[in-house]
Design a protein around this ligand. Structure first.
Ligand code: AMP
Ligand code: ZN
Length: 135
């Protein structure tokens, strides 16, 4: 019971912009800006952090190429590329997807606010988050 798996299997129709054996790209039904596109793996995983590494890399390879094409084929001056992980981050469909949101001007319908929080101890934070090795 996953709507993006139903899209992959063809049960739910979408406007596709790219497809290969690993990934599918289609227009988001609720266009935040003109050309708003989703790139998903055909194989189900709930979000990016639960998807295997090879598939994740392939999804981003496709996303990058589709983003280049959107930039070329529209008058977008920029593009936001993001994947929401879990409800608290705005995820509503629990199948890994990358949003490609072309940007036309700073007052279009996409807003992302990055405001400073209270002062943080950056030294302690960096120590907490430091990763010695990727594996
Ligand atoms: P998120 O909030 O990051 O989980 O994004 C899910 C996205 O899927 C939303 O932007 C929805 O508009 C989009 N979406 C949901 N159902 C469909 C559908 N049937 N076809 C295309 N896009 C969809
Ligand atoms: Zn799914």
């Amino acid at each position: 019971m996953c709507i993006f798996c139903d899209i992959v299997s063809g049960k739910i129709p979408v406007h596709k912009v790219y497809e290969d054996s690993i990934a599918l790209a289609f227009l988001d039904i609720a266009q935040v800006t003109k050309g708003h596109t989703l790139v998903i793996p055909k194989k189900h995983s709930a979000h990016m952090l639960l998807c295997d590494e090879d598939t994740t890399l392939e999804v981003y390879r496709v996303a990058r190429r589709i983003a280049q094409n959107i930039m070329e084929m529209t008058d977008a001056g920029g593009i936001n590329i993001l994947s929401n992980v879990n409800e608290v981050a705005g995820q509503t469909v629990n199948h890994f997807h990358v949003h490609l949101i072309p940007r036309y001007n700073e007052n279009d319908s996409f807003k992302i606010e990055m405001n400073e929080s209270e002062p943080q101890n950056l030294k302690a934070l960096a120590e907490l988050l430091y990763l010695d090795s990727l594996y």
